[in-house]
Design a protein. Structure first.
Length: 256
C-alpha cells in the first residue's frame, strides 16, 4: 500500500433531495440503523489506513461538529473541519464540486491526497486501492447498468481520455464515482476552470484539464459504490449496513 494519509471529504451541502430527512441537518448525518451515514464512511476510510481527514462542511456545521465529538474509532487519527462558505462566500456566490478543493490547499500542502464525497459509500478495499503514490491523478470508475445517469469515463488503456456527463447515447458503462487521488497538479488547474452551464464550478472540468496533459489514470473499483442521495436510499443502506453493527467491534455511538 502507498503512503497517502490525507483524505478530503466534501460535505458542505444540505442534500435537499432528501426532503424532510435533511431539514435540520445535512444528509451526511441522516441515521442508518441508529448511526449517522457519515460514521460508516469514516470507519471505512480509517480502516483503509488513511489517518488525516479534512471535512469540508457548510450547512449546519454545528451539527457535524457535535457528531465528531462523539465519533470514536480505535487507533490514532485526526479529523478536522473547514467551512466552505466561510472561505469562498455563500452558495449563491460560488458553488460546485470543485469548491471543496479550493478550501484545502493549506491542509494538503505538497502531499498527494484522496478526495471523495461524503454522501457516497466505498468499501475498505476499494479505498485502499486508490492509495497509489506516483505522478498521476486517478479517478475511480465502476461498471454500472445505467451509465446514462452518470458521468461516463472514456479511457485509452489506463489513461483517462474524457468524462462525458449523462450521455444520451451509449458510450460505455464505466462511471465516475467521485473518488479521486490527486497530486499537487490539481491546484494549478483549479483557477483555470469557469462556471459550467448550471452555474457551478465542476471538479470534472479540473480533471479534464489534467487528462489533456495525460496526467489522469482510471482505477476500476470492484466491491461496491453506492450513492446516499434520495429517501429511497435509506432502506437500501439499512439492509446493506446491518451486518456492520454487530460485526464491527470498533464502532461506538458516543463517549463512554
Amino acid at each position: 500500500m502507498g503512503k497517502i494519509k490525507k483524505v478530503v471529504i466534501s460535505a458542505a451541502g444540505q442534500g435537499t433531495r432528501m426532503l424532510e430527512l435533511s431539514k435540520d441537518k445535512s444528509k451526511h448525518l441522516i441515521e442508518v440503523n441508529h448511526r449517522p451515514f457519515l460514521a460508516y464512511l469514516l470507519d471505512n476510510i480509517l480502516e483503509a489506513g488513511y489517518t488525516d481527514i479534512m471535512l469540508v462542511v457548510g450547512f449546519r456545521e454545528d451539527v457535524i461538529k457535535d457528531f465528531l465529538k462523539k465519533y470514536i474509532f480505535n487507533g490514532t487519527y485526526n479529523i478536522q473541519t473547514i467551512n466552505q462558505f466561510e472561505v469562498l462566500g455563500p452558495k449563491e456566490k460560488e458553488y460546485g464540486t470543485a469548491c471543496p478543493l479550493k478550501c484545502v490547499k493549506d491542509f494538503v500542502g505538497r502531499e498527494q491526497f484522496i478526495s471523495l464525497v461524503g454522501d457516497n459509500f466505498y468499501s475498505v478495499d476499494d479505498l485502499k486501492s486508490m492509495n497509489i503514490e506516483d505522478q498521476y491523478n486517478y479517478v475511480a470508475g465502476f461498471e454500472n447498468e445505467h451509465p446514462e445517469k452518470f458521468g461516463v469515463l472514456l479511457a485509452e488503456g489506463e489513461m483517462l481520455k474524457e468524462i462525458i456527463e449523462k450521455p444520451k447515447e451509449f458510450v460505455g458503462n464505466l462511471i465516475n464515482t467521485s473518488l479521486y487521488k490527486f497530486t499537487k497538479d490539481v491546484f494549478e488547474k483549479l483557477p483555470l476552470i469557469e462556471k459550467s452551464e448550471r452555474g457551478e464550478y465542476e471538479i470534472t472540468d479540473v480533471i479534464s484539464l489534467l487528462a489533456k496533459e495525460k496526467k489522469v489514470k482510471v482505477k476500476i473499483i470492484k466491491d461496491n459504490w453506492m450513492d446516499f442521495g434520495n429517501p429511497s436510499d435509506l432502506e437500501k443502506f439499512t439492509t446493506f449496513l446491518k451486518p456492520k453493527i454487530t460485526n464491527h467491534k470498533l464502532q461506538k455511538n458516543s463517549n463512554e
